[in-house]
Design a binder for this molecule. Structure first.
Ligand SMILES: [Zn+2]
Length: 131
């Protein structure tokens, strides 16, 4: 069980709310930007070239950015639900405390820094072809 005080949880809660607001705004801007700019650009390009794949490519690129933001937003919202529970602040891998500095920097973190490093290494290995 994590040793976070009520004040510390409030601090993290504030960080989560700020991150959530920031992400929501970024997603809104991104969708607006892609909607307007690309639509204007592509309306001409696509009708001239008669090729919709350029439009598809750009749309896919925008979706990738937005998808990452939405993914983080989901994690932030899930942390907002978890924060009142006794297990919030514990590493989901090893059960150790994630630690206040890390939680304030990454309030939706579910792993301690050691396990996160391990996880990222494994994840990187998965995409690296074995010789
Ligand atoms: Zn851990």
């Amino acid at each position: 069980m994590s040793a976070l005080t009520v004040e510390q949880k409030q601090q993290i809660s504030t960080a989560l709310a700020a991150r959530r607001a920031q992400l929501t705004e970024e997603i809104r801007v991104e969708l607006e930007r892609s909607g307007h700019e690309h639509f204007a650009d592509l309306a001409g390009e696509v009708t001239d070239a008669g090729d919709a794949s350029v439009a598809d490519m750009l749309v896919d690129h925008d979706i990738a950015i937005v998808r990452r933001q939405v993914e983080e937003l989901t994690q932030v919202e899930s942390a907002q639900k978890r924060i009142s529970g006794a297990d919030y602040g514990d590493c989901e891998e090893c059960g150790a405390e994630i630690g206040l500095p890390r939680l304030l920097a990454v309030p939706h973190a579910t792993r301690c820094i050691g396990c996160q490093g391990q996880h990222e290494k494994m994840y990187a290995h998965e995409s690296t072809p074995k010789l």
